[in-house]
Structures are given as structure tokens and as C-alpha cells.
Design a protein around this ligand. Sequence first.
Ligand code: FES
Length: 159
Amino acid sequence: MSNKLTFSAEELQKLETIKKRYPEPKAALMPALWMAQAKWGWLSDEAMTCVAEALELPLAHVRGVATFYTMYFKKPMGKYHLQICTNVSCMLRGGDTIFAQAKARYGIGHNECTADGRLSLEEVECMGACGGAPMIAINEDYHENISFEHVEKLVASLP
Ligand code: FES
């Protein structure tokens, strides 16, 4: 199958700038994968091939890094991606209950997406906001000291 996905000239320029920040281009892989995910929503084989070509890296290495880190989506996720922390501090303050309530309320499980593509759910490890446990993230935004009622209000307010 031919690789149909491509970075724009501006994106390639941005990648060149990122590469110059590091002693070797390989180190630019994580920001490059992040860029690809922001552009295409998830990292398909075609998207990973595009990154591999842009950084002149073996596809197997790109795939290995993308697979290792859960923040890189290997399948399409929702427009709004809810990450619910159930690690120790959050679990002790009800994070696991919030995750169970979210699964029941939205009818999806870990790393699943609603049929309309609006919402996806992920149970995550510590996101470094233990002082505000229990916490969730919706896309890039953290919400701390939350209850499930709070989660529902946040989701209902999403455009
Ligand atoms: S345990 Fe949830 S943010 Fe650290």
C-alpha cells in the first residue's frame, strides 16, 4: 500500500528546527510523533511511516517507541479524550470509582471510543498531579479534586 500521508512544508520545517535542538535526529522522534498525532488524531502505520521518512529512521524503531508510550494512540480516539488516573493517590481518593462510573455512564471501556467519535476513555497511571487527587485530564487540560458529578458537568460543557 502506498503511503498517502505527508507532512506539509511548514511541518517539515518545524521538524528540522526540532531536530537541531538535539545532538542526533533520533532524539526528535517523540516530538515528531506528537506532531503526527496532533495532525492525524492517532498514529496509523501510514502516519508512523511518514515520521520515519521525515527523520530518516527505521520504521521498526518508530513503531517501537509509539507502541511503548501509552500517550501515543495506536487507534482512533475521541474528539475529547478522558484520562482518569487510578494510581495510588487518586485511587485512595476515589479515582477508581470515578473510572468505573465513567465506563458505565458513557458505555465504553479503557481505550475505547463512543460510536459518534466524541468521547474516549483511558485509565492512566500517575500524571504527576497527586496533590490534586483525584484528577482527570480532558485532552491537554487537567482537572483536579474532582468527583464523577464534576466529570459529567465538564463533559456536558464540551463544545
Ligand atoms: S496518583 Fe493520580 S496524579 Fe498521581
